[in-house]
Design a protein around this ligand. Sequence first.
Ligand code: FAD
Length: 284
Amino acid sequence: MIPGSFDYHRPDSVGAAVKLLVDFGDGARVIAGGHSLIPMMKLRMADLDHLIDLQGINDLKSITVSGANVTIGAMVTQHELIANEALFSMAPIVREAALQIADPQVRYVGTLGGNVANGDPGNDMPGLMQCLDASYTVVGPNGSRDIAARSFYEAAYFTERQDDEILTSISFKSKKGGYAYEKQKRKIGDYATAASAVLIEKDGGNCTAASIAMTNLSDTPVCPQEAAAALIGTALDEASISAAVTAAVNAIDPAEDNRGPVEFKKYVAGIMLRRAIERATARA
Ligand SMILES: Cc1cc2nc3c(=O)[nH]c(=O)nc-3n(C[C@H](O)[C@H](O)[C@H](O)COP(=O)(O)OP(=O)(O)OC[C@H]3O[C@@H](n4cnc5c(N)ncnc54)[C@H](O)[C@@H]3O)c2cc1C
């Protein structure tokens, strides 16, 4: 199918883009890489009168690493995340996760901002950003505010962001230690049946900090604190890993679909999480 007709706008600043959103109201939407929005428009699941293209806003296209602080502009593409060496040295899990998104064609165009703003439970970056305890900056007619990734997602396609706000950047503090992003999908280019992001810090043989997030296993990403707590203070032995996996599987709420029934998804989620914990532990 082809999308309905719309007016195209290409502002060169965030302020101008926000003004267009306010002026055109419900009939307007920003477009970043278009790799989620255009398919929705073709399926007539999104019918818009005005598309506001963010490609002309250079301020949204940089990656800044300053000490442990990482800030990524919303219009940075998945490919740019993968290619950036400074980012890789501070947060290698971002490259590992981005490499598992779709295929190179999608990654050359799809943006981090679009991926996290979209609210699609199948997107990989929201869970990763929860694992990193990232913060999103949004700018609207009343100025800018920061929202924790862990409280941004309300339901599938519903987020804390208001319709007249633009997500401008994603920030987090890099953590030392081991990392892993494990994703099971049916084929290259598919969304996750289940995916898991894990960060582990160790001192001697003991786990001093852990962070876990799960993707496509509920309406929103799941960041189970009980699962992380089951690892902290332990030697990351079999019993504590099993306790973490059990806690995480209890926290998810997958729906049956063409990727499988609920019990299968819970099983795969457990496997992905176990693999991620073991690999992160080995790297820590
Ligand atoms: C074949 C295929 C396979 C895919 N597989 C995966 C996968 O495995 N994992 C995965 O994570 N993704 C996958 N994707 C999705 C892809 O990563 C998208 O590019 C991404 O989800 C959205 O980014 P975008 O820049 O294309 O956003 P767009 O499609 O332009 O926008 C998506 C939504 O977010 C809003 N939006 C975009 N940017 C902003 C902003 N800065 N502020 C506020 N709102 C904004 C738009 O208004 C729109 O509602 C796949 C896509 C395709 C086509």
